[in-house]
Design a protein around this ligand. Structure first.
Ligand SMILES: [Zn+2]
Length: 440
């Protein structure tokens, strides 16, 4: 994946002679505060909504609470009209410039499962047995082998009637704990740091109203990944393609003379030609993409048929092939059947690998290793906030593990240890970037 990257390296590492700040002791001091902070966030229901114009009342409540906390840290903070919370921390390095390091997380939870009235349960010293929740929900180590690694550790679940919301309140907790650490340890050397907490990630809109004057770091790390060193270094590019065939009304029996045209036939033929079974999701795995006609609609009054295709791919050439094929088939059917056909193409998210600086990978891998975590790079067959930023603003970033497991489910749970380790990874990145300089 990294071979795809064609950015020039504008930044160079240099070895700092300065004594290393005793960071691990600092991190340990903040561990105990993370679970109470996490619990305070998950108990505020902040589901996003596909149909909302923008904010939901729950997200608004969450955003206001986070803004009050962030303000108290004393850094330059901007709470935008669209309820993004931005923190821009100036560098405290003397006599040199370091690159800008960015951290993001999202404070909404998915609309797909109830996230209101969350009653979190903290299980200390987990015994390795199945956990039975209300609503006949079972968190079962036989089905989730990562639970076996949690024996003796602390995990958090919901009571089974809601999701937990660790996606992404775990990420928010990590970022907020980092801000608290920086606020309380002003001598810890760091370059310029930008933080953004976003709404509406789970409805695919977290980058939509992002303001780049407050968030456009050289290195962006999004805390919204799973467990155990997961780093998402590539993800699907995603397009929605909406094709509408406009029939012509009239009596079909006299169509040869009255100009009546049916709108179903062109859509049927288009689906057959543009989305052959070899390219369907069920025939796609690994790095292969797919094209799927997932929704068809008929509007009787207007005599239109519409099909909505989902396109997903890692390889740009594969994506171009799908799009060109739809356009080409639509044109030829329009001529052959004498009906108007429109094609609307909407970019939803884009592979971050197209826009990440090459050294960002090694920086994250080292930050993990230094935190005692084995990096587990992954290509995600889905989108992330970074992927939405990439699609809209052209700069990419990696998604880092947070301790969240089984998101968007009643059996979602959180690993306290992984959440703490991810916070250490963030702190290690701060430390590394403080030792870099901007190359002239
Ligand atoms: Zn998430």
């Amino acid at each position: 994946m990294r071979k795809l990257l064609a950015y020039t390296v504008a930044l160079a590492l240099f070895l700092s002679a300065a004594p290393v700040f005793a960071q691990s002791n600092v991190a340990d001091k903040y561990r105990a505060g993370m679970i109470p902070r996490f619990l305070s966030y998950v108990t505020i229901g902040s589901m996003s909504d596909y149909d909302a114009e923008w904010m939901t009342p729950g997200q608004e409540e969450m955003a206001n609470a986070l803004y009050e906390e962030v303000k108290a840290f004393g850094f330059p903070t901007h709470f935008s009209a669209d309820k993004y919370i931005y923190v821009n921390i100036p560098s405290n390095l003397k006599n040199r410039q370091a690159p800008v390091l960015g951290f993001s997380a999202h404070y909404d939870t998915t609309p797909d499962i109830n996230g209101n009235g969350v009653k979190p349960q903290v299980i200390k010293n987990y015994d390795g047995k199945a956990i039975t929740l209300k609503n006949n929900q079972v968190i079962d180590p036989a089905k989730d082998d990562y639970l076996q690694k949690m024996i003796g550790k602390t995990i958090v679940t919901s009571d089974g009637t809601t999701n937990l919301g660790a996606d992404d309140k775990a990420g928010v907790t990590i970022v907020m704990t980092l801000l608290k650490t920086l606020a309380e340890n002003p001598k810890m050397p760091h370059g310029p740091i930008q933080v953004v907490l976003t709404p509406n990630e789970d409805v695919g809109r977290s980058a939509e109203r992002l303001e780049l004057q407050y968030y456009k770091p050289d290195y962006a790390y999004d805390f919204d990944g799973g467990v155990d060193g997961e780093m998402v270094v590539a993800n699907f590019s995603a397009y929605g393609v909406l094709v509408t065939a406009h029939g012509i009304n009239g009596h079909q029996s006299y169509a040869a003379d009255n100009g009546y045209r049916n709108s179903a036939k062109p859509i049927g033929d288009l689906i057959a030609a543009a989305a052959p079974s070899a390219n369907l999701p069920n025939n796609s795995r690994g790095e292969q993409g797919y094209i799927e006609p997932h929704h068809i609609e008929y509007n009787q009054a207007e005599n239109t048929h519409m099909v909505d295709f989902r396109l997903r791919y890692f390889d740009q050439e594969e994506g171009k092939r799908y799009i060109n094929r739809i356009k080409h088939v639509a044109d030829s059917l329009s001529q052959a059947l004498n009906v108007a056909i429109d094609v609307q193409i909407n970019k939803q998210y884009e592979n971050v690998a197209y826009g990440v600086k090459p050294e960002a990978y090694d920086m994250l891998a080292k930050a993990m290793t230094d935190a005692g975590v084995k990096p587990d790079p992954k290509q995600e067959r889905a989108g992330t906030t970074s992927a939405m930023i990439m699609a809209k603003h052209g700069f990419g970033g990696y998604t880092v593990f947070t301790g969240q497991r089984n998101p968007h489910a009643f059996i979602e749970w959180l690993s306290e240890e992984d959440m703490f380790k991810a916070y250490k990874v963030a702190l290690n990145l701060v430390k590394q970037v403080a030792q870099m300089k901007v190359a002239k």
